[in-house]
Design a protein around this ligand. Structure first.
Ligand code: GTP
Length: 277
């Protein structure tokens, strides 16, 4: 077991509920299947984060997909805090039987403890900060049991570990790697920027061609992805000395604008792409 995995597993052992953040634009690619095993004996909540950047109809389809699989699911936007309350509500419902059992034995159940996990850049810290920035207070460490761990009291009966669990992305599938790069979960500097942008255009031509046409005021049908990139460069006037098109700059701007939501609310994956289906 690697050190990261061991540490994550130790943290999971301390909580009642694991909140798994997925990127709503790429729920399949941003899901690390290892968490199913690591958190198999825990209550789980799947949060489709960055839902503000995703296509609402597709987010609804993903919520249904995971609900049908037996998960508790909600869509969130960590920046505005949308969906945060719902997470706490779901956790409370999930823990109701345990709390009742304790009560029937005359004991008071300690606050529900939860932690946030997810691949890089999915919004874990933003969500935790949103919780801690609100009415939260720091809860005391329980010596011996949770040494060095800081818990944040979100509600009377709900505490959150103040550090997230970082899941490693799955790299075995080239398309998954590309989508993680498109959304910024992995550093795209390791990829050829122009090739990466061409791959993005290929995918966009399938899922939301109108978004590209509208944003850059261009038209295309069967053009090769590189030709579309050139059209964007021309439309934006990205030229190098000698009148050559600056495709590198175009590639960077295209992906930056997608990540910032300037191309619109776009989801790159449909539920049927999940091979577990
Ligand atoms: P690591 O520390 O790399 O593991 O990242 P993280 O999962 O903690 O992500 P972080 O909270 O640092 O967020 C990454 C970027 O995504 C930041 O620029 C956030 O502002 C942005 N972000 C996070 N959540 C949302 C969201 O729900 N909507 C939007 N639009 N942006 C978000």
């Amino acid at each position: 077991m690697t050190k990261t995995r061991r540490m994550l597993s130790q943290d999971i052992a301390l909580v009642d509920v694991v909140i798994e953040l997925l990127d709503a634009r790429i729920p399949y690619s941003s899901k690390n299947p290892d968490i199913d095993e690591l958190a198999s004996h825990k209550r789980r909540i799947v949060a489709l984060n960055k839902a503000d950047l995703a296509d609402p109809a597709k987010t609804a389809a993903w919520v249904k997909y995971y609900t049908d699989k037996g998960y508790s699911v909600t869509a969130t936007d960590s920046v505005s805090g949308k969906g945060m309350e719902e997470i706490a509500d779901i956790a409370r419902v999930q823990m109701r039987d345990k709390v009742e059992r304790q009560k029937s034995r005359g004991r008071v159940f300690a606050p529900i403890r939860a932690m946030v996990v997810g691949v890089p850049n999915v919004g874990k810290s933003t969500l935790i900060n949103k919780y801690t920035g609100s009415s939260a207070t720091k809860a005391a460490d329980k010596p011996g049991v949770t040494r060095g761990k800081q818990w944040v009291r979100i509600r009377k009966d709900f505490e959150l570990l103040d550090t997230p669990g970082i899941l490693w992305p799955k790299f075995d599938d080239k398309n998954v790697g590309l989508r993680l790069a498109f959304t910024g979960a992995i550093n795209d500097q390791i990829l050829d920027r122009i090739e990466s942008a061409a791959a993005f255009i290929t995918l966009m031509r399938e899922v939301a061609p109108e978004a590209v046409k509208t944003r850059y005021k261009i038209d295309f049908e069967d053009d090769a992805p590189h030709e579309i990139l050139e059209k964007i460069a021309r439309a934006r006037g990205f030229l190098l000395r000698g009148g050559h098109l600056d495709l590198e700059r175009t590639a960077i701007i295209l992906l930056d604008e997608f990540r910032a939501g300037k191309l619109g609310k776009i989801t790159l994956e449909e539920p049927r792409e999940d091979p577990d289906d």
